[in-house]
Design a protein. Structure first.
Lengths: 435, 394
């Protein structure tokens, strides 16, 4: 039997690990140090606002995915189901509630502090609203702020929507944050943070777009979920995040210069056989096994939509220090799952063309209707528009009952065979044999 | 012993008509109405709520699209949805891909969940209707914030319709439409009130036919039906049974098959309230119908008179407390949680609603269904046991 090997880590990954360890230590001592704690969601998060008021953010989806990766989600989910939650509903919610029912022990083994504020900025996922309604009852008397983010149903952000968001932020959300923090928002500090955000976002986009190079120096999905971490969660706007993205950027640009392939947990890839665009979140319970199927076959994900759930920065959006509140409003509305289906299809088409993808794959997640409902039509549209092989697999975020390794591997192997065959045919067409 | 009176023949005739309209997936009656004049419009809407008054004032007929139920074989729809997505959207997309929804001018998809939201995008991709809108009503209930946003949202739909038929919505027209829908809602509530006292006069299934028919015909016609039904059920008929009284909750979007409602009733449960046709009963009380700003009245009614619903943010006004209040008002013995499989909003609400019921001493059971569920034996047994246990022990 092969021995489990330590995953290979880049320097930026080590920095991120340190950042996370520091955050969880801060969280574990938050109550004794009088720091206020805000529970909020990743898509459309208002991290700069939270940090500008010296509060600490906690992201329940991140806790859930960490529980998934650490093989704890199955029992948490079962406990939530025993408490009355249906088998049918979102497993992030059940994992999070199960974790709370079991003492709210976070990924580092330390107890997470109870929230002083639930900041429900619900972008692109209706279930977020139900999730926080449930949390509000699990923490009776907790302060709660609600930010309703309108959907880009017409394929754009309208001025009415921006006004609605800004009013909610200025008149309800910020006053609630100030009440809990016990101090006024320092708007200069907020602007400075947004400036940092914007710089980090520039670096992040360069990292993402490095995958346009053939061969790609990064995997935009499996490694991308690590790369996106600081920007999508507790660190956006901080000097530390900027430092992280500078390091990441320099590493990736150096790899690109040298024509190196992506780093995987088992070291650097040696061959890029297939370039794929992937739609949908990854599975977390079997993350490494799942990734291994791809890198063993020489498949590199050159662009993914999941790395846009915390902001579609590669399409031009930047936080604007000169216009902070409106910029936060536009950020919330611009996240991937808040885009209409036609916008999502257009974006995927663009990725497939710009990143010279050989194939398009959907990992359809049982738990996530926001992503999954409509994906089969999206797949047909992409097939029609791009004439490339499309693949479709199903799994779940954190419920291991819905990850069937053999089934997924079989499907992917057939898909890769199809891609290989197509490559052969295309190369034959490009260099026809002489008669 | 109470004398058993025969159900009036006229009521049977009305019920037959309503059943036919309610389940006509070709929407023949609505399409006939549309064909009678060139400036008429047909606007389909998904559950739960849209301000139908505004559509009416624009000379449009709002038509509720509640899925295909167990009345249409789903072939294409299943190819568009994974097995873990609820059933309603596959029936709706099947109807859209077949001829059922031809002749509709536009579609509105209220903001109740991610499946309905994404279905709006599928309609856009498939280019169905002359306009398609995700009707993203506010979850902020402050008049100058959420209210202003809601007003602008409605005005967008007004413009969509105006572009098609040139009908301008004047305050007079809108006040008139509001009055018609107020009358409609008042009569529906009166039917529920009579049923509360005399549930045997009109079964839950009959009530369902009558309400659902109202989604596919002009409100003026529906009001005539309701007026007549009210007269007929004010007179006693039927035979009181030794049934318990239950409230059904969780079926506000995907609709249970009629066989299931019948099974619950046959198992010994009078359904004295429900959320099956919640959109038709949305506004709790009247909307101001005599105002210079009728659109403002609709907005205010939405902000202040919406019912408890899984689709509305409820912090500060919990649904559980409102459910218990409804149970008390209807003098019900228990609650049946009856949600469609994979319905995140209803199923994520259920544990908290159950806690409220437990705290108030309200008995409850739950089961899940698909709109095309065909086997009711288990449900009948479960509902029968529930009924027996309440009769014996409570």
């Amino acid at each position: 039997m092969a021995q489990a090997t330590e995953a290979v880590k880049e320097k930026s990954m080590l920095i991120q690990k340190e950042m996370l360890a520091e955050l969880f230590t801060e969280l574990s001592t938050a109550k004794e140090k009088g720091r206020k704690v805000v529970y909020t969601f990743v898509p459309g998060n208002l991290t700069e606002l939270i940090l500008a008021m010296d509060m600490l953010p906690v992201y329940p989806e991140i806790n859930a995915l960490q529980s998934g990766m650490r093989k704890k989600s199955a029992s948490y989910i079962k406990d939530a189901e025993k408490a009355g939650f249906s088998e049918d509903v979102c497993t992030y919610v059940k994992c999070d509630i199960g974790m709370m029912l079991n003492g709210n022990i976070g990924p580092t083994g330390e107890k997470l502090p109870d929230p002083d504020l639930l900041l429900l900025s619900y972008t692109g996922c209706f279930t977020f609203m139900k999730w926080f309604e449930n949390l509000e009852r699990l923490y009776p008397g907790v302060e709660i702020a609600m930010l309703h983010t309108p959907y880009q149903e017409d394929g754009c952000i309208t001025e009415d929507q921006v006004t609605y968001m800004v009013k909610q932020l200025e008149e309800e959300v910020i006053p609630k944050l100030e009440k809990v923090a016990g101090k006024k928002l320092d708007r200069e500090r907020l602007s400075k943070m947004l400036e940092n955000s914007s710089k980090a976002e520039d670096l992040w986009v360069n990292v993402l777009q490095s995958a346009k190079t053939v061969p790609s120096p990064i995997d935009s999905y499996f490694a991308g979920v690590y790369y996106m971490g600081p920007l999508f969660t507790a660190f956006r706007g901080s000097e530390r995040a900027l430092e992280y993205y500078q390091e990441l950027h320099d590493e990736i640009m150096a790899r690109k210069e040298q024509g190196l392939l992506p780093i995987t947990p088992e070291g650097e890839m040696k061959e890029e056989r297939f370039r794929l665009v992937v739609e949908g979140p990854p599975n977390w319970t079997n993350f490494r096994e799942f990734w291994k199927i791809f890198y063993d076959m020489g498949a590199v994900i050159v662009a993914s939509t999941y790395t846009k759930v915390g902001g579609v920065y590669d399409q031009g959006f930047r936080h604007d220090p000169k216009n902070p509140i409106e910029s936060l409003a536009r950020y919330c509305m611009g996240c991937y799952t808040n885009l209409s289906l036609p916008q999502r299809v257009d974006l995927l088409e663009k990725y497939i063309k710009e990143y010279k993808a050989d194939g398009f794959l959907i990992n359809s997640i049982k738990s996530c209707n926001s992503f999954s409902a409509g994906q089969l039509l999206m797949m047909r549209e992409i097939e029609k528009r791009c004439s490339i092989p499309v693949g479709f697999i199903e799994s779940d975020l954190v419920d291991p009952r819905y990850f069937s390794y053999a089934n997924i591997k079989n499907r992917l192997e057939s898909y890769f065979q199809m891609l290989a065959q197509r490559k052969t045919i295309l190369s034959q067409e490009a260099t026809p044999e002489q008669v | 012993m109470a004398q058993q009176l025969t159900k009036p023949a006229r009521l049977d005739a009305i019920l037959a008509e309503c059943e036919e309209v309610a389940f006509d997936l070709e929407f023949t009656r609505a399409k006939q109405w549309r064909a009678a004049a060139p400036d008429r419009l047909l606007v389909g809407y998904l559950p739960i709520y849209i301000p139908r008054e505004v559509l009416h004032a624009a000379n449009a007929l709002p038509v509720g699209i509640m899925g295909a139920g167990d009345r249409k074989r789903i072939i294409k729809g299943d190819a568009y949805y994974q097995s873990y997505i609820c059933h309603l959207p596959r029936g709706v997309i099947e109807m859209a891909l077949d001829s059922n929804l031809e002749g509709f001018d536009g579609f509105l998809f209220p903001a109740i969940c991610d499946c309905v939201r994404n279905l709006s995008g599928m309609f856009k991709l498939a280019k169905k209707g002359k306009f398609t809108r995700y009707f993203d009503y506010p979850q902020n209930f402050t008049e100058h914030i959420g209210g202003t946003f809601f007003r602008e949202l409605i005005q967008t739909v007004e413009q969509d319709m105006f572009k098609l038929n040139g009908v301008k919505i004047t305050p007079e027209r809108l006040n008139h439409s509001i009055a018609l829908y107020n009358h409609n809602r008042r009569m529906i509530e009166e039917i529920y009130n009579i049923r509360q006292q005399f549930p045997w006069r009109l079964s839950a299934v009959d009530t369902y036919y009558i309400l659902r028919a109202g989604l596919a015909m002009p409100v003026e016609d529906h009001n005539v039906i309701l007026e007549e039904v009210l007269q007929l059920i004010k007179e006693d008929h039927g035979e009181p049974m030794d049934n318990i009284r239950v409230v059904i909750t969780g079926s506000f979007c995907e609709q249970p098959p009629i066989g299931m409602l019948k099974s619950i009733e046959m198992a010994g449960c009078y359904i004295v309230d429900d959320d099956l046709m919640l959109g038709s009963r949305w506004t709790q009380g009247d909307v101001d119908e005599n105002t210079v700003d009728p659109l403002g009245a609709i907005v205010t009614a939405f902000l202040t008179k919406s019912p408890a619903s899984s689709a509305v943010y409820d912090v500060g006004n919990p649904k559980g407390a409102r459910l218990v209040k409804l149970v008390r008002r209807r003098e019900a013995d228990g609650v049946i949680f009856c949600a469609a499989s994979f319905c995140d909003p209803a199923l994520l609400d259920r544990p908290e609603l159950q806690k409220f019921c437990d705290a108030a001493g309200v008995a409850h059971i739950n089961f899940q269904f698909h709109e095309n569920t065909g086997q009711f034996k288990v449900i009948k047994e479960q509902a029968g046991t529930f009924s027996d246990s309440i009769k014996l022990w409570v």
